[in-house]
Design a protein around this ligand. Structure first.
Ligand code: KG4
Ligand code: ZN
Length: 365
């Protein structure tokens, strides 16, 4: 199964060709990512209109490069997959419409992929792991702990009640005058900072659920920064280190709670899997390792370039769905909001008898 994947949900224009064997991990034949970071940097964050225009300008070329590198023609593909949501609607329209056009001309099936599902299934592409596993998805827009039980079978165990973790990193960076996107900058500054200098809160610590809250931490950081203003370079390093340490402590605690919920409901997970841009953070990777070790499960963290947004994860999710006979009609609409729990999988196999309504019974909606 060889599939082209197109990703345009946020500020990356990406396309990739991925091969999925019947068993085990996948093979990435090409994976082209064009980041729009430089176009957004002047505004200190992503601007939807700029993103949509940049996708229109770049996508054809990115797809052509992905196809050339993979040495494939559209006709030789088994399917065309595009992220159809959740995300910025302008970008989604560009990616999904392009995928439909290729699918129509090449007479190949279309798969409208949920971006979060693609993050969730990436560990099967890279490591070929089996269901069920526990996913920690942390990006600029999402923070979730999810039980991944199968393709299209996701149970959310926890989420953030306010900001996403990546968003908290980005806002912290902006506050401290660091460049966009903030995550990698904060991580770099934290390397030479003192994580114990500022006593920042650990929101939700010890709560029985697996939810997160980040906005109080961000506010506490702003107050500390204001107290010592003007901040020196070393202050910035110490603030970053203290912030990152608080996030790390919260992640450890929330994951312990989430894994406990997982075990109670679904048994032992095959692995703890990290996905999303925040999983590129070394301090967070370390604490994930510790938590996985404590609960006696493996940790799977895809390489950083497959944790951040890319086309390979979309292609892979498309291939996983195609392998189960799932495809989408050419009039499928993109969805700006599309929770993981709403993603449909293959029809459930059931041993229960099919109920045939009695003759003459009135039809019910
Ligand atoms: O998954 P992603 O590429 O895009 C989506 O949001 O879907 O994640 C981007 C987010 C940004 O908020 C960025 O600041 C954060 O991931 N991020 C990091 C690191 N690298 C990226 N956060 C902390 N440490 C990092 N090294
Ligand atoms: Zn993402």
């Amino acid at each position: 199964m060889v599939v082209l994947g197109i990703e345009t949900t946020c500020d990356e224009t990406a396309a990739a060709v991925v091969e999925r064997p019947d068993l085990g991990r996948g093979k990435i034949l090409s994976n082209i990512v064009l980041s729009q970071i430089s176009e957004h940097a002047a505004f200190g964050g992503g601007v939807p209109e700029i993103a949509a225009r940049a996708h229109v300008e770049a996508l054809d070329l990115i797809i052509a490069r992905a196809m050339a590198e993979a040495g494939r023609s559209f006709k030789s593909l088994d399917g065309i997959a595009a992220a159809a949501g959740p995300g910025l609607i302008g970008g989604l329209i560009v990616g999904l419409t392009t995928a439909k056009a290729i699918a129509m001309v090449a007479e190949r099936p279309l798969v409208a992929v949920n971006h979060l599902e693609a993050h969730a299934l990436t560990a099967r592409l890279t490591d070929g792991i089996l269901f069920p596993y526990c996913l920690f998805l942390a990006s600029g827009g999402h923070t979730q702990i999810v039980a991944v039980r199968g393709v299209g079978d996701y149970v959310r165990l926890g989420t953030t009640v306010d900001d996403a973790i990546g968003e908290a990193f980005d806002k912290t960076a902006k506050l401290l005058g660091l460049t966009y996107p903030g995550g990698p900058q904060v991580e770099r500054e934290a390397l030479d900072g003192n994580p114990a200098r500022f006593a920042l809160p650990r929101p939700m610590l010890g709560k029985q659920n697996a939810d997160f809250s980040l906005s109080g931490l961000k506010t506490a950081l702003r107050l500390e920064a204001e107290k010592i203003a003007p901040v020196s370079a070393q202050d910035v390093r110490d603030l970053c280190a203290s912030f990152q340490q608080a996030v790390v402590d919260v992640v450890a605690d929330r994951l312990r709670s989430g894994l406990e919920m997982f075990r109670a409901r679904f048994g032992v997970p095959t692995a703890l899997v990290a996905a999303g841009g925040v999983a590129a953070n070394e301090a967070i990777r370390k604490v994930l390792q510790r938590v996985a070790f404590e609960v006696g499960t493996a940790l799977v963290v895809p390489p950083a370039e497959l944790c951040t947004d890319n086309g390979a994860m979309i292609a892979w999710a498309g291939a996983e769905r195609l392998a189960l006979g799932l495809r989408d009609p050419l009039d499928t609409a993109p969805l700006a909001r599309w929770p993981l729990a709403d993603v449909r999988g293959p029809p459930a196999e059931t041993d229960e008898p099919v109920l045939v309504p009695a003759l003459g019974a009135s039809k019910q909606a």
